[in-house]
Ligand binder design. Sequence first.
Ligand SMILES: C[S@@+](CC[C@H](N)C(=O)[O-])C[C@H]1O[C@@H](n2cnc3c(N)ncnc32)[C@H](O)[C@@H]1O
Length: 308
Amino acid sequence: MSGHIPVMLREVCEILDTIPSIRLVVDATLGSGGYSEAILSKWQKVAVLGIDQDPQAIESARRRLIPFGDRFRAVHGNFKDLSLILDEAGVSAPDAILFDLGISSMQVDTPDRGFSFQGKGPLDMRMNSADDHNLMAADIVNTYSMRDLTRIFRIYGEESFAAQIARGIIRYRENTGPILETDTLVMVIRETLPAPVQRKMGRNPARKIFQALRIAVNDELEVLENALDECDKIAGNRVTVIAVSYHSLEDRIVKRKFREWLLVDRGEMPFRKPLVPGPEEIEENWRSRSAKLRVFHLKGDARGGKNR
Ligand SMILES: C[S@@+](CC[C@H](N)C(=O)[O-])C[C@H]1O[C@@H](n2cnc3c(N)ncnc32)[C@H](O)[C@@H]1O
């Protein structure tokens, strides 16, 4: 299993460097703790509260960050509940909140989690594997109607062949049975699409369908909206929100929210355009190629902030 290489870490640190007397950072997408480790090493007086909804990520980051003692704490939770998590952790007025969205290499490289169209595993895709009540990708693939599958593939996957693929899935369900494994789904997608279409699609034709299912299973777009609203709610002092997104649906949400904040004079946006990784980083870490980093400095909230 390969380790997760933190994306645009230099840029994240440069932005944190502009925050005067920085003391507390919330790493809302802790993952394997790459950002947190870099921050704790660089700033000896900074504490980090890490949040992740994946219990395995929490466990591995906790292990990795033991050397930093009580400067680091990890909480298992969903960043949509940010203000509640901070309340319960007794934390107020963080200087920065980081979102490094999507999944980690650790998740994608574990076939049992079902995120990868390249391995064989159960169609799971829950980031919070401890939540037995949460929908799994297999539930969507095997119970949703043709119309709902098409809608998910079209909206969350921006897949032009959404209807054809949905039809192929329904046909397989009716003729053969439920689709329970990642490689079966990839096979069904491949068999559904004519070879010239697949050639036109370039990369693996299952890529966008896997993205769509993952977004639907984890309700990724809605929780991101909620989390950004939560940042606004908890902003007691000035707080810098840094968001790294990996596809246009996520980036659109961040961009729209930051514009909204600008319009109501909630602070400043140091860059109009998102920062993107340089060619060297993309060469070293292919996963970084689609990253877009946006920053907003929320100013001290006249309402006092929830956590003051
Ligand atoms: C790209 S990885 C973060 C990697 C991390 N920056 C590092 O350097 O190791 C994203 C992490 O965010 C977590 N995550 C995604 N959505 C979340 C949510 N709504 N609440 C909490 N954690 C979430 C995932 O489980 C995953 O571990």
